[in-house]
Design a protein around this ligand. Structure first.
Ligand code: ZN
Length: 268
């Protein structure tokens, strides 16, 4: 039963559990009971047990293949054991049971009883042997241990399932957070792209202004003659080293040359 089903409440998981239990009982009980009811020739207990456990094992493997879900094997062991015991009783009642152990046990009991009777007749205080009870006890302990191991494995599987669900839940939450973070980053990237577009427009404007200024500088450089207030008869450009301080005039070059001035060799 999955955790999701369990979380949906008893109105859902109790009918599911009961139907599942019924189907499991029918599946694992069909062969042992039908075989015990139909069988006509004599069969030994061991052979009957082997047949039942093998058939139901194949049935369990078929269930695993169909449902694609692992099984602890506990339902298989439990219900095969229960229905095989019931089938054994049916076989005994129908007189088609040839249990060597059963016959030998009966023989032992008869012999023990005979010995006991003879001993009692002879005056000895001897109790009849109880070997069969010991074997039953050992068998019961063995089967109980197997069932306890199966229950333990089931519990471990259930706990692992809970842990796996927690891990999946954490991973899903992390994925949601990462998704949110990606959305935030995308918004930030979009804003930065808008800023870049605006800055590129400003750069274009500044470049246009620069071009105008360069043209203006070129105009003054080619057309203007700077004349110092001295007797040198030369005209200069703005970057000339002689143009340190003092008063000056600015004329166009043609006018300066008409006044008899000539270009300074240092800056022209
Ligand atoms: Zn000069």
């Amino acid at each position: 039963m999955s955790l999701e089903l369990f979380e949906q409440g008893p109105a859902v998981y109790i009918p599911y559990f009961l139907i599942s239990l019924l189907l499991t009982m029918v599946a694992y009980g069909a062969f042992p009971l039908l075989f015990a009811l139909i069988r006509r020739s004599i069969i030994s207990k061991r052979k009957y047990y082997v047949l039942c456990y093998c058939f139901n094992f194949l049935l369990m493997m078929l269930f695993i293949v169909i449902s694609k879900e692992a099984s602890s094997g506990f339902p298989y062991l439990l219900w095969t054991w229960v229905f095989t015991l019931s089938g054994t009783k049916i076989l005994k009642r129908r007189d088609v049971f040839n249990d060597v152990q059963y016959v030998s046990k009966l023989r032992d009991v008869c012999e023990n009883n005979n010995s006991f009777i003879i001993a009692r007749m002879q005056g000895d205080n001897v109790a009849p042997k109880r070997n069969s009870n010991k074997k039953k006890l050992i068998l019961t302990i063995f089967i109980s241990v197997i069932y306890l191991i199966s229950i333990g494995l089931n519990v471990i599987q259930y706990l692992k399932g809970i842990e796996a669900n927690k891990t999946i839940s954490n991973q899903a939450e992390r994925i949601i957070n990462v998704g949110k973070s990606i959305t935030t980053k995308k918004t930030e990237i979009l804003n930065l792209k808008n800023q870049i577009n605006n800055l590129e427009k400003e750069v274009d404007k500044i470049n246009a202004i620069n071009l105008k200024l360069v043209n203006e500088i070129y105009f003054y450089r080619e057309r203007a003659a700077i004349i110092l207030d001295d007797d040198s008869k030369r005209y200069h450009t703005y970057s000339c080293e002689e143009l340190i301080s003092g008063s000056y005039w600015i004329l166009n070059i043609e006018a300066a040359e008409q006044f008899g001035l000539y270009p300074c060799p240092k800056c022209h």
